[in-house]
Structures are given as structure tokens and as C-alpha cells.
Ligand binder design. Structure first.
Ligand code: EPU
Length: 442
């Protein structure tokens, strides 16, 4: 039997407490930011997840000394000897993560050259990098696409730009921030993403010496500075993981306290959680606070929602919530407007007894950029459905967690294949499940 299979005996409510640490989608970018500094940085509360290991490996290849600090979850970074890495060594990381693309600006500033391997990450659509490359070229980078990866140089240095994104892409906004902070002159970015993880990255860059103004209407202005120092930072908590556990509580009729979860980052999720019929209680003690999420008994109510950029409902909250919606009494509609192909996982839920139909139309009233393009990006979920155990293959990180929740909610024993993928973004998830009373084994 492969080690990458989890045997899940479902049908019992998950009850207990879990803790979330720094957000995966901030920590990995903050690690990249350390390369921009000329003195050491320090980060606390870093989760032990695969994405952090990948970025650590990439930084070490480029001469950044990364060490574990005295505290659990503390990492220290010394970027004083940043150097070029061998293409073969970098290519070991090809296909494993999307973070390497963010090293372009920092490496160009530090070394005048960058090599970026083929990107990886979750297969949830084509995930182009056209905005990244267009912006980098406008900054003055020369980008040479080769079969082995991207070679970038900046023969005339990098200079501030005026740039408007076609869509408020998280990654492209981060790319522009990480490049503009040390580019000569001022950069004005319009239609920027303003997710809490981006604001936290801006806080980090400010600690390093950057000058960044976040204006209204998604405009960010960055005044380039010649030199940046290090930072010491405690990242924002992982609001995707927190919501994943909250949805698991609803789907299994359970009661989960997520220590470390913070209301301010999750208000949109909490509104939906409440309208479905879930209950929550917030403890805002800064040291040991969190949010308790529970199913109060009785029927859950259906909901109509669409995913969107911040402050909308996050696309990464969608998949675990859909599992809970299979248990709501009536028809729910979920319109995915961030990624064009993020409902592939629903066919496995249907095999388990769910009734989910996916449509090409923009259901729910608001047209999005995927309308009339042939992508099945709206889902109608009819509940309540009795889920039964099955064999599942995990397709990507968030869909994988939703499969796991479905297996936990279903009667009987499921075999979930490919669970190691979940380690990319959920720290110690098997231990956490066991702590919540789940019966899982390898
Ligand atoms: N897009 C383009 N061109 C580009 C860049 C993006 O067309 O050059 C499009 C994408 O195809 C997509 C949309 O813009 O349709 C949004 O993509 P975005 O750039 O915002 O996403 P990302 O930066 O690649 C991050 C998170 C994702 C999260 C999205 C949206 C990281 C490492 N990843 O991706 O998280 O879903 O923002 O919030 O931060 C996850 O954690 O599982 C995950 C997929």
C-alpha cells in the first residue's frame, strides 16, 4: 500500500481545538523579501509546510543563510552573501511552487540576473504570468524565455513605472511591490490586489525601509529607495486554513475552536458562515485567542455567493465550504470569478452522493470575465445529501482538503490518495485531525 493514502473513517463530528500559524500566502512571499535586504531578517510563527521548505531551499541555493531560531516557528535569514545559483540546482524545484517567479525583482536588484524555473502550484486553470512579465519588462528587465526556464537581466537597471493591472492579481501585485521598492524613481500601480496578505507584505517592506502608500481605489504608490535592511515580523494568521477548519466543523456537525484565527481577516467568511446557520464565538485575546465554530444542530440553510478578490469571498474558502453546502437544506449557488477551472473536485463529491451541477454561465446575477468563454465556473449544490465513503484522489491543495472533509462527513471508510499534497499548506493536518477525534490512519 502506498504511504500517500489516508484511510478515513467518517461519520463522526470533529470536535476540539486546532491552532493556525502564519499565513502560507504571506510567509512564502516574506521569505522572498528577505533577499532584498542587506541585513538579516527574522520571522516568527512560520508553519512547517512544504511550501516553506521549497522557498527555504531556493533561498539557500542563492546564498541566503536560513537557520531555525530559538522559538518554535522562528526562522532567521542572513542575505549578506546572495549569489547566483546553478540552473540545474534551481531546476530541482521546477514545477513545485509558484513562488520562484517572485524572486525576479529581488534577484535582479541583488545580482543583476535571475533564473526562474518552470512554475508549479495547484492545477486550477492555466495560471498565466503575463502580467508579471509585462511589468518586469516595463521596469527595464530583459526576459529571455528558454526551454529550461526564464533568464532575466537588467542591463540599464530597474526604473519605476506607471502600470495598471487588467485584474487585481495577488501575485502580480507582489511582483511589482518586490521590484518597485528598490527601483529608481516612483511606481504607481493601479487596480492592485489589496488582500490582507499583501498589506502584511507592505508592512514588512516598510520595516525594511521601503516607502509605500496604499491609496483608495486600489492604487499603490511606491517610492524606490537605494537600500533596504532586514525585518523582524510575526505574520498574519492563515485565514484560509482557519476557514477550512470552520467548514469542516459545519460539514461534520462538529465544534472546532481555531486558535490564532482573527476576525478582521475573515469577516466576509463569517457572514456566510452565519447565514448558512453556523455559529461562531470570537475570543480576541491577542495571546491565546481564536474563533470557535460550531454546528448548532438542525438544518443548515443554502446560500448564493461568488468568489472575488478582497474584500470578497476568497476563492480558497470555496471548496471546503461547498462540502458543508452539500448538507444545507435547499439549492446553493457558488459563482467562481477568480479562477476559471476550480470546480473539477465536485465530480468526486458527486461520486460520494452529493448533487452538484456545474455550469458555464455566470449564475447569481453578476457577470464575470469568464462568462461566455466556455468555462464551467458556476456550481449549483442541492442538499442535504447523504455522503458515502469512496476512493478519492486529491487534485490540488484546497480541493484536497475538501475531499478530506467530505470523507470525514461521509458514513464508512474512504481511502484518500495523494494526501501528501495537503502538507503544502496545512501544517500537521493529520495530528490536528486526530486531535479533533477523527479516525484516520496511513
Ligand atoms: N492572472 C493572469 N495573469 C497573470 C497573473 C494572474 O491572468 O500574470 C489571473 C489568474 O489566471 C487568475 C487571476 O489572475 O485567474 C488571479 O490570480 P492571482 O495572480 O491573484 O493568483 P496567484 O497570485 O497566482 C494567489 C494565491 C492563491 C490564491 C490567489 C487568489 C499564493 C501562493 N497563491 O495566487 O492561493 O487562490 O492568490 O487569492 O499566494 C492556495 O493557497 O491554494 C492558492 C491557490
Amino acid at each position: 500500500m502506498s504511504d500517500d493514502v489516508l484511510i478515513v473513517s467518517g461519520g463522526s463530528p470533529l470536535k476540539g481545538e486546532v491552532r493556525v500559524r502564519g499565513a502560507k500566502n504571506l510567509v512564502s512571499k516574506a521569505m522572498v523579501a528577505t533577499v532584498l535586504g542587506e541585513s538579516p531578517s527574522r520571522m516568527y510563527d512560520v508553519p512547517r509546510i512544504r511550501d516553506v521548505e521549497i522557498v527555504r531551499g531556493l533561498l539557500e541555493l542563492h546564498g541566503v543563510k536560513v537557520t531555525n531560531g530559538d522559538l518554535d516557528g522562528e526562522l532567521r535569514f542572513d542575505p549578506s552573501n546572495v549569489e547566483r545559483a546553478g540552473i540545474d540546482e534551481i531546476n530541482v524545484h521546477a514545477g513545485s511552487s509558484r513562488i520562484p517567479i517572485l524572486l525576479c525583482g529581488p534577484l535582479l536588484h541583488r545580482l543583476g540576473h535571475a533564473f526562474i524555473p518552470d512554475l508549479g502550484g495547484c492545477h486550477i486553470g492555466p495560471r498565466p504570468i503575463d502580467y508579471h512579465l509585462e511589468a518586469l519588462r516595463r521596469f527595464g528587465a530583459v526576459v529571455d524565455k528558454t526551454p529550461e526556464g526564464l533568464h532575466l537581466s537588467a542591463p540599464d537597471g530597474l526604473h519605476g513605472i506607471k502600470y495598471e493591472l487588467n485584474y487585481p492579481s495577488v501575485g502580480a501585485t507582489e511582483q511589482i511591490l518586490l521590484t518597485a521598492v528598490r527601483a529608481e524613481g516612483v511606481t504607481e500601480l493601479s487596480n492592485a490586489a489589496v488582500e490582507p496578505e499583501i498589506i502584511d507584505l507592505i508592512c514588512i517592506l516598510q520595516k525594511m525601509g521601503a516607502i509605500i502608500k496604499v491609496h483608495t481605489n486600489r492604487v499603490i504608490e511606491i517610492e524606490g529607495v537605494p537600500r533596504l535592511g532586514g525585518f523582524s515580523h510575526r505574520p498574519i494568521p492563515d485565514r484560509i486554513e482557519a476557514a477550512s477548519w470552520a467548514s469542516a466543523a459545519l460539514a461534520t456537525r462538529g465544534d472546532i475552536t481555531v486558535k490564532g484565527a482573527r476576525q478582521a481577516d475573515m469577516t466576509t467568511y463569517l457572514n456566510v458562515f452565519r447565514s448558512i446557520g453556523g455559529e461562531f464565538e470570537i475570543d480576541d485575546n491577542p495571546v491565546d485567542g481564536g474563533i470557535r465554530f460550531w454546528h448548532p444542530g438542525g438544518d443548515l440553510r443554502p446560500v448564493a455567493l461568488e468568489t472575488d478578490v478582497h474584500p470578497g469571498f476568497m476563492t480558497d474558502w470555496q471548496q471546503p465550504l461547498v462540502v458543508a453546502l452539500t448538507q444545507a437544506n435547499g439549492l446553493s449557488v457558488v459563482h467562481e470569478t477568480v479562477y476559471e477551472k476550480r470546480f473539477g473536485y465536485t465530480s468526486a463529491l458527486n461520486q460520494m452522493g452529493a448533487h452538484i451541477q456545474v455550469f458555464q454561465d455566470c449564475l447569481g446575477g453578476t457577470p464575470c470575465r469568464f462568462g461566455r468563454m466556455g468555462f464551467r465556473h458556476s456550481a449549483v449544490i442541492a442538499g442535504p445529501a447523504k455522503l458515502h465513503a469512496t476512493d478519492l484522489i486529491i487534485p490540488d491543495l484546497r480541493a484536497g482538503f475538501s475531499h478530506l472533509i467530505a470523507a470525514l462527513a461521509a458514513e464508512g471508510t474512504s481511502r484518500v490518495h495523494g494526501v501528501d499534497l495537503i502538507n503544502r499548506g496545512y501544517e500537521d493536518f493529520e495530528a490536528k485531525l486526530a486531535g479533533l477525534g477523527a479516525t484516520v490512519s496511513r
